[in-house]
Unconditional design. Sequence first.
Length: 282
Amino acid sequence: MRFGASTFIWVSPFSNQTLGLVKKVRELGFDIIEICVEDPVTIDVGRIQRALAENDLTATVCGAFGPGRDASSDEENVRANTAKYLETCIDIAKELGSPFVAGPMYSATGKTNLLSPPQRSKQWSLAVETLKPVAEYAGERGVQLAIEPLNRFETDFINTVEQGLELIERIGASNVGLLLDTFHMNIEEKNLATAIRMAGSRVFHFHSCESDRGTPGTGHIEWPEVVLALTAINYQGPVVIEAFTAEITEIARAVSLWRPLAPDQDSLAREGLRFLQRIFNR
């Protein structure tokens, strides 16, 4: 199993000014750095490629879907902007060798409306209409899309594996799968292991997050069951720690992070990695 660390653990946004994270992530013992593309303008692919090569590290790419990036928006220009952003992320992923672009690309994070059945049906239709050509664009470049269900407090749309699988089926492309995140699953799924098994071969990516979004192994996630379920579906993809720092106000507010969850971000990553290595290698 190959383990990774998200740039969100330390910084927002990732840029040339924070390129030293590549070396840090390698020194902490990770195999992968997950680069979160908040503003594509700050992503210097050439310099990132050199830093990855110098540190014998690989990269995965995760999108950021705030206001203005909403595949199911009623506004056509917002949907078009979302598709263009995703295509840029796909181009970045191809250049960096990331097998996929991951994230909750079906809607803007934080959009939580109580929709009527007709409005809900329209939301589904607009998301599929937007993401179908994006999936085709990705497929032509050998890149997958890993769609992430979020918990009910962060989206009104795709909360569960079952809903995620329905969206994948409606898009109808073999290069579209799921990013499963234990933090969100802990809120929304009746049983994490059952949900993982339900997703099966459509699990393209996996975020190993603790129940409080802190250090893996320090909360109440049933990690042995998670590992057994991933083994049962023959999951061969990355296992990435995604956490956030309370020191960056915008991110802290977006994910409702009101207190530090570890002594510091380096120890969160270091101790989380040690735990994951132990639990996955048993």
